[in-house]
Design a protein around this ligand. Structure first.
Ligand code: GUN
Ligand code: FE
Length: 426
């Protein structure tokens, strides 16, 4: 059933005027076809009574590692390079087909039940096909790809080191199998892990392939000072400068973290239209630093949010990321610099822009895909409540427990805590 009438809701549209309205939403074949008040039900529609409920665009998380969901709690209290070398890489090397599948499915369940409808995901070197199967079956919208690690580095376990050609070939094979699946619900994204794990021939080939297929490149950059030192020693350049030097800095590039950038790197991100995925929970937990998001906002750099992997912050929940994104800047820059609306924009329409789907998702407007979450914010006690901005309420006090329904492409994937698998015929 992809025909739904949502009645009597408070609707946070995130349209250009960022209107918040009271009314109904009609969905037909997964597309929002009407927004208004007093819409009358048609025979083929499921009716959702959203009286005293708030409908929001589903959250778009632009940096996730589904393969790490099962690593939660492993390597707590380490910084990035120690954490990768000693815990994450050996664990990824130990993954098999079944464990990747369950790691992905469990992560997706957590995402859907907390209102996330689109993810940009990075898998590990092997078995990525099984993560795609979980994505396909779950109904979530995703850009995903096999991680690429062709640099011969003694720190990286043998099992994760791959040849340049086979890394490229396996990526293209997965792209050809999955890109465009489910009316475009799944897209491939090339995923060179980070500069440290990739050779220059691989990165330049990824640049050309992403242009040829018109798909995104998703990688980490400038997360941690130790990482930057290694990149400098390898390339003689700062991270973003090197990516630009190779021709990778363009609007197909999604860069996770970007904690430590200089002015030249900011300029490159802006001028080339690169998309930054801010991961505040991960940046705190791995002691990476506090990214200059207010500065990037001021410079109109494309910004969105991601939880990173489960062990980076112990939570795949966008409410957590939004709250941290706002709170960590306040002691540094004052109370209004990262206001609730700026953060909510990053979590919704900002993510849509990063994945190149600004015309299709990220807001509630006629003609867009029905990717929505319905929240019950009634456990927020205040008096009088009508003068509290509901966006502020969501950013500062909502939790995953307030999400009652999650819809992707007009399909109900979760209703009151039950995550439903929608697509069994893989
Ligand atoms: N940099 C390279 N790989 C990773 C990873 O798996 N997680 C994080 N947070 N940073 C990385
Ligand atoms: Fe990451």
């Amino acid at each position: 059933m992809r025909n739904i009438l949502i009645k009597n809701a408070e609707i946070i549209t995130m349209n250009k005027q960022e209107e918040i309205i009271q009314g109904d939403i009609r969905i037909k074949d997964g597309i929002i076809i009407e927004i208004g008040s007093g819409l009358t039900p048609r025979g083929d529609e499921k009716i959702i009574d959203a009286t005293n409920r708030t409908v929001i665009p589903g959250f778009i998380q632009t940096h996730i590692h589904l393969c790490q969901t099962l690593f939660r709690g492993k390597g707590d209290d380490l910084e990035l390079m120690d954490w990768l070398r000693n815990r994450i890489w050996p664990l990824e090397a130990a993954h098999d087909e079944e464990s990747i599948y369950y790691s992905a499915m469990l992560g997706i369940g957590e995402l859907i039940t907390s209102g996330t409808t689109t993810i940009v995901d990075m898998e590990t070197v092997h078995h990525t096909d099984y993560a795609f199967q979980a994505i396909a079956q779950s109904g979530i919208r995703a850009l995903s790809g096999k991680v690429m690690m062709d640099q011969k580095n003694t720190d990286i376990p043998q099992a994760l080191q791959e040849d340049t050609l086979s890394s490229l070939q396996e990526s293209v094979d997965l792209l050809e199998k999955w890109n465009g699946y489910g009316e475009g619900r799944i897209q491939y994204a090339f995923s060179p892990r980070f500069v440290i794990s990739c050779t220059e021939p691989l990165l330049t080939e990824v640049r050309d392939l992403s242009a040829r297929y018109g798909v995104k490149v998703h990688t980490h950059a400038s997360e941690n000072l130790g990482e930057i030192e290694i990149v400098k020693a390898m390339t003689g350049m700062r991270n973003v400068v090197y990516l630009d030097h190779l021709g990778l800095a363009n609007d197909r590039l999604i860069l996770a973290h970007c904690v430590w950038l200089d002015e030249e790197e900011h300029r490159i991100l802006h001028d080339r239209g690169v998309h930054v995925s801010h991961c505040p929970g991960s940046n705190l937990k791995l002691a990476s630093g506090v990214a200059d998001i207010p500065g990037m906002l001021h410079e109109h750099i494309s910004l969105s949010l991601g939880a990173d992997g489960a062990p980076c912050n112990n939570n795949l929940d966008m409410f957590n990321e939004m709250r941290l994104a706002a709170l960590i800047q306040k002691p540094l820059h004052g109370p209004t610099t990262m206001d609730a609306r700026s953060v909510f924009r990053m979590a919704t329409i900002g993510g849509a822009r990063a994945v190149g789907m600004e015309d299709l998702i990220g807001s509630i407007e006629v003609g867009k895909k029905a990717d929505l979450a319905i929240l019950n914010l009634y456990n927020f006690h205040t008096f009088p409540s009508y003068d509290v901005d509901p966006i502020s309420r969501i950013v500062y006090s909502a939790t995953r427990a307030d999400v009652e329904t999650t819809i992707v492409d007009g399909k109900i994937l979760m209703e009151r805590g039950i995550h439903q698998t929608v697509d069994k015929e893989i």
